[in-house]
Design a protein around this ligand. Structure first.
Ligand code: GRG
Length: 316
């Protein structure tokens, strides 16, 4: 017989998947519109091959987890309108740009992403570099536009937060540490890997949550709880990724599997071993859930809690 607790958890999982799907659809439509050939004031032209490569890199794939976190967090405060979807698309643009550049021959040199040829394979290297650059720049355009939020202070906070998360103290810095660790002959230390991952992957996931809090004008106690949630979820996500690289196959992942060990990648599986990495992933996922228990009363965060569990248990 199914216990009440189990059926409650299943209902939450169901709600999570329904919301993930709904947000993904909203993101797809908003991205398609943002990346249409129509010019914005101040733009002279949108070169068709560039736009085609950008659409290829960002439409029709991915779990859309970061946009989901933006929209669902904003929804806790009743702020999940078109502005939240625009902010969600800005974060997804940064994510897609990082994937396009990460796949380049000078970095990971991958041929497969989201189950399709990588952008430099489908187009060419120079176009893939420009597609990434275009997505990076446009993300800030979208955030700074008054259609994202009428309050300039809110827009400035979003722009600053995304810049810090994606910049040299965040994603790019994490990528640099990653490259250095890969080239090093010393064993990977867990503390160093944890810092690297908190920057490379964690910062953007954390910002996704905080963007929702910013759009929702969340007060300090809620922001603190959400920040703790975002940090734990971001860390759990990357350990799960390290584990999937060992355990999953290419067809399920939609990208090359089993590549970390051969490349001396600084992963928590390398630093801690598979069992300890699994235990850490599950602990972090529960930590994320518990962070939301500190939430102000009356706010129903069960979908975000289910997201933290999904991050740990996902198949790709
Ligand atoms: C500017 C040269 C240059 C590089 C950009 C590459 C880079 C900076 C940073 C690394 C960021 C990166 C690629 C991290 C990997 C994180 C990761 C596990 C991505 C996969 O995320 P999912 O599973 O992917 O959310 P989907 O496809 O579902 O969106």
């Amino acid at each position: 017989m199914t216990s009440t607790l189990e059926s409650g958890t299943q209902a939450h999982e169901h709600d999570f998947h329904a919301r993930l799907k709904a947000v993904a659809q909203g993101v797809e439509e908003t991205l398609a519109s943002l990346l249409s050939p129509s010019l914005l004031p101040g733009e002279a032209a949108r070169p068709s091959r560039l736009m085609e490569s950008i659409r290829y890199s960002s439409l029709g794939g991915g779990k859309r987890l970061r946009p989901f976190l933006v929209v669902e967090t904003a929804r806790l405060f009743g702020a999940d309108g078109p502005g939240a979807l625009r902010a969600a698309c800005a974060v997804e643009m940064i994510h897609c740009y990082s994937l396009v550049h990460d796949d380049l021959p000078a970095l990971d040199d991958d041929d497969l992403r989201r189950g399709r040829p990588t952008t430099h394979k489908a187009f060419d290297e120079a176009t893939a570099i420009l597609a990434g650059d275009g997505l990076l720049t446009y993300a800030f355009d979208v955030l700074a536009d008054a259609r994202t939020d009428p309050d300039p202070a809110v827009r400035a906070e979003l722009v600053l937060g995304l810049a810090r998360a994606a910049g040299f103290g965040g994603m790019i810095g994490g990528q640099m540490l990653d490259l250095e660790a890969e080239a090093s002959t010393r064993p990977h230390e867990a503390d160093a890997v944890i810092l690297l991952q908190s920057m490379k992957t964690g910062a953007l996931l954390h910002f996704s949550v905080m963007a929702g809090a910013i759009l929702g004008r969340a007060l300090l106690p809620a922001r603190e709880a959400l920040s703790a949630y975002g940090r734990a979820l971001g860390a759990a996500f990357q350990v799960a990724d390290d584990i999937l690289d060992v355990e999953a196959d290419e067809a399920t992942l939609g990208k090359r599997a089993g590549k970390d060990a051969g490349r001396n990648k600084a992963t928590l599986v390398a630093a801690l071993g598979l069992e300890a990495a699994r235990a850490r992933r599950d602990r972090l996922s529960e930590e994320a859930v518990e962070a939301l228990d500190r939430f102000p009363q009356g706010v129903d965060a069960h979908v975000l809690k289910a997201a933290a569990r999904f991050v740990a248990n996902r198949a790709n």
